[in-house]
Structures are given as structure tokens and as C-alpha cells.
Design a protein around this ligand. Structure first.
Ligand SMILES: Cc1cc2nc3c(=O)[nH]c(=O)nc-3n(C[C@H](O)[C@H](O)[C@H](O)COP(=O)(O)OP(=O)(O)OC[C@H]3O[C@@H](n4cnc5c(N)ncnc54)[C@H](O)[C@@H]3O)c2cc1C
Length: 430
């Protein structure tokens, strides 16, 4: 008899599997795709640089990912994209400016924008929950459209959301617990390598290409039925499926999940997240540029190979929410062409010149992926308690993990997902 079935071989599922395996439990992981890693997925076909198609950064020097990176002998490379000299802002009609060269008023407003999370950490627990836009309007009455555009690109888009749908109470909850640290890095070998090492270390039994379709549960245990009609029985089950997959309804629960759990699932919003990746013959940007942000539809750009001086010049555009909707609704070739046009405009390089220099490009749209159905989940105002409700076990048989459940860590991240898997494993063992 399997002790615990784990649904999903992303960060949360593999970390739960590892913790349960190390506690002597018989664990089987069911994964719909033909690979592990979920929303972290490294493409190794870009001439030596592992390109992250999903999660790219380790956000913070204190987060749990580093212990795994060290354990498996992997290397991290510092990502310095947010340092003022490397980060560039472009307002339409202006030139591209490093953050330490912004006009004084914008520089002052940028300082308030970047300090927003610290300000939210001081928010009273019983203050009314507002959208990020309403919070900014009440705290910064002098802000104009440019300020809101900057906050949209640098804050809301990072959270895969718009200013109108982000709950300040949820952000504040996270900030109050946040111990991650400010330094960012990448895994030199790529995120996928980390997950393969986790599986190999414990010979975790992962079954690929197994699409879960229904979960029958009672106090005695669970039966999981797959698309191919196979049935897996176990004493307990850890569900790490993305919230948008649960919302989609492709997985039946028998009996249905309690109303509170269903409400929690439906409280989340999941917006698209899309990357456009381009490789050039030679760099078309200046040497001290590592990050560009601007208010136009193409949003944010950075250099996946920023620490590798010998690497091919590769740039990634990352858009979420309304910007990603727009990109996803175009044919891939059109989306890539528009992205390139925007890059040329921001860098002040002719469209023709920049096009001729491209040697490879691709779009990765997570909303188009049936096993993700979007980027990462956020909570609108009034629903800040949904993470803990989603995470709560049912009858000591169904357990819940995944980035959206990371109420005691940083949701929307790989380390948050890893922490949620460890938390769910502790709950199973208890
Ligand atoms: C474009 C993008 C960029 C990001 N950038 C960063 C970043 O820089 N840093 C960071 O920390 N985080 C980043 N994130 C967020 C991070 O990727 C996620 O928070 C994390 O990987 C989620 O892990 P998870 O285990 O909760 O879910 P997932 O990784 O989605 O794992 C769930 C698993 O369930 C499987 N599954 C789905 N349906 C079924 C089914 N029916 N049957 C069986 N299996 C199923 C999926 O295939 C998947 O493998 C990014 C995410 C995206 C999309």
C-alpha cells in the first residue's frame, strides 16, 4: 500500500515527496507532463546558457532553495538586475535612463514605490483591505499617471496581477513574515537540474505522463483515477496542482470539497505569464544594462546570461496579466515581431537592424499550458485568508501544498512552493 500519493512533480510535490521519503514513507508522485519541475523548466538548447522558461530567480539569500543548491553541489550566480546602475527605466518620448539617472521627481517617486513593501509590513492587521491602486491613491495623493504606470510595471506585473486586483492585506501578511532577504540569484545549471537531483537523491518514484482526473476520498484513504483509467490507492494524498487547474474543473472530487475549500480555490485570480526570448549575433544594448522596465505593452526585459561574459547575447521579455493576455492573443511570430519592435524603440536601434541580428527566438505562454493555466496566483481585496483555508488538511487524508498555499512563506515563488511541500509533509506525518 502506498502511504502517500503526491499529485504534481513541481517544487511543492517534490519537496513533500523528499520529506516523506526521508521519514521512511512509501511515496508515489503522479505527474501529468513528460517532465518534472512544473512551472520551473530550463531549456538547454541555447548554446551553453540554461534558459529559464518559467521560474528564473532565487528571490533572497536566506530562502530554503539555497540549502538544496548547496546539498546537490550546484552553483548560484548573483543577479544584479535591480541595482540602480543596471536597471533602466523608459518613459515614452524620453531616453532610456538608469535608475540612478532619473529626473528628480520620478526618482523620489521610484524610492516610494520600491519602499512600498516595507510600508505594507507596518500596516495594521485590522485596516480595511484595499486594492494596491486604492492604497497608493490614499497614501500618495500627488501621484500622476506616470507613477501608476511605474507601480503597475514594477509591482503589480511582478505579482502577475494588475494594481486593481492585488489585495494589500495579502501582501502585508507576506511582508510581515518575510525573511527572504534582498539578494537575487540564478542557478547556473538551471532550475530543472535542481529538481532532477532531488528525485535522484532519494530515487523518488515519479510516474510521468499520468494525468489525474478524479479523487475519491474518505477517512479510510484516497483513490485517484487517471485519464488512462488507472487507479492508485493510498492512505493520504498531497495535492499540489496549480490553483488554476483546480478552478478549471478537470479534476472531480468525490465527495465534493467542502464549501469553504471551494470558496478559497475560487478566491484566487490567476493571470497569464509569458516570456519572449531572443538571441542576437552580438549585443544590441549597452554594457551596463541588465534590466529594462517601461510602461508600454512589453513591460520588462532582462538578461538571462548577465553573469556569463562569454555567453551569447540573449534577452528575455517577461509580461504578465493584461500585457500577457495581449501577447498570448497574437500568433507567436507576430508577438515576437512586436516584442522586437518595442525593444528597438527602447534601445533606439532601427527595427531592421535589430531584426537582422536575431538568431533564435521563442515565446513561452504559461496560460496556454493545460497543466498550469496561467502564471502564479494572487488574491484580490477581501480574500486574504484564502491561502490558509486552501492549505488546511481535510480529514487527515487530503493535504494541500503549492505556491498559492504558502501562507507562512513567500507565495508566488519556488521557495514558497518548496516550503509548502515541507509543511504538507509535516502535516501528513503528524
Ligand atoms: C513565467 C514564470 C516566471 C516565474 N518566475 C519566478 C522566479 O523568477 N522565481 C521564483 O521563485 N518563482 C517564479 N515563478 C513562480 C514559480 O515558478 C512557482 O511559484 C512554482 O514553481 C510553483 O511550484 P508548485 O509546485 O506550486 O506548482 P507547479 O510547479 O505548477 O507544479 C504542479 C505540478 O502539477 C502538475 N499537474 C497539473 N495538472 C495535473 C494533473 N491533472 N495530473 C497530474 N499532474 C498535474 C503540473 O504538470 C506540475 O508539474 C515563476 C512562474 C512563472 C510561470
Amino acid at each position: 500500500m502506498i502511504d502517500t500519493l503526491i499529485l504534481g512533480a513541481g517544487a511543492a510535490g517534490l519537496s513533500a515527496a523528499r520529506a516523506l521519503h526521508n521519514a521512511g514513507k512509501r511515496v508515489v508522485v503522479l505527474e501529468a507532463r513528460d517532465r518534472i519541475g512544473g512551472r520551473a523548466w530550463t531549456d538547454t538548447t541555447w548554446e551553453g546558457i540554461p534558459i529559464e522558461l518559467g521560474a528564473e530567480f532565487i528571490h533572497g539569500e536566506h530562502v530554503s532553495t539555497h540549502a538544496l543548491v548547496r546539498k546537490f553541489g550546484l552553483t548560484t550566480l548573483p543577479a544584479r538586475r535591480h541595482e540602480a546602475r543596471y536597471m533602466h527605466w523608459h518613459v515614452s518620448g524620453d531616453r532610456l535612463r538608469a535608475m540612478d539617472d532619473l529626473p528628480p521627481q520620478l526618482a523620489q517617486d521610484w524610492a516610494t514605490t520600491s519602499a512600498l513593501y516595507e510600508a505594507l509590513a507596518a500596516r495594521a492587521d485590522d485596516a480595511p483591505d484595499l486594492s494596491l491602486r486604492d492604497y497608493l491613491a490614499s497614501h500618495h495623493p500627488h501621484w500622476n499617471d506616470d507613477n501608476y504606470r511605474m507601480a503597475d510595471v514594477l509591482l503589480a506585473q511582478t505579482c502577475c496581477a494588475s494594481l486593481d486586483t492585488l489585495s494589500c492585506a495579502d501582501l502585508a501578511n507576506e511582508m510581515k513574515r518575510d525573511r527572504a532577504g534582498k539578494l537575487e540569484s540564478r542557478i547556473a545549471e538551471g532550475y530543472s537540474e535542481l529538481f532532477w537531483r532531488m528525485v535522484e537523491e532519494c530515487s523518488i518514484d515519479v510516474r510521468l505522463n499520468v494525468v489525474v482526473r478524479s479523487i475519491t476520498w474518505s477517512r479510510e484513504g484516497v483513490q485517484v483515477t487517471t485519464e488512462a483509467g488507472e487507479i492508485y490507492a493510498a492512505r493520504a494524498c498531497v495535492i499540489t496542482l496549480p490553483v488554476a487547474v483546480l478552478q478549471h474543473g478537470g479534476i472531480q472530487f468525490d465527495p465534493p470539497l467542502p464549501t469553504a475549500k471551494q470558496r478559497a480555490i475560487w478566491a484566487f485570480r490567476v493571470e497569464p505569464a509569458t516570456k519572449l526570448i531572443y538571441r542576437f549575433k552580438t549585443t544590441v544594448w549597452q554594457a551596463d544594462m541588465r534590466y529594462i522596465a517601461h510602461a508600454d505593452p512589453t513591460g520588462r526585459w532582462w538578461l538571462p546570461g548577465e553573469e556569463r561574459r562569454d555567453a551569447s547575447p540573449i534577452i528575455t521579455q517577461f509580461v504578465t496579466a493584461d500585457r500577457a493576455h495581449r501577447s498570448d492573443n497574437l500568433l507567436e511570430a507576430r508577438a515576437l515581431a512586436e516584442g522586437l519592435e518595442a525593444l528597438g524603440m527602447v534601445l533606439n536601434v532601427s527595427a531592421e537592424g535589430i531584426q537582422q541580428s536575431v538568431t533564435k527566438s521563442r515565446r513561452v505562454s504559461w496560460a496556454h499550458d493545460p497543466f498550469a493555466r496561467g502564471g502564479y496566483a494572487h488574491l484580490p481585496p477581501g480574500h486574504a485568508d484564502a491561502r490558509a483555508v486552501l492549505a488546511a488538511p481535510l480529514d487527515d487524508v487530503l493535504f494541500f501544498a503549492g505556491e498559492a498555499t504558502a501562507y507562512d512563506s513567500n507565495p508566488q515563488t519556488v521557495h514558497g512552493a518548496l516550503d509548502s511541500g515541507t509543511r504538507a509533509a509535516r502535516e501528513v506525518l503528524a
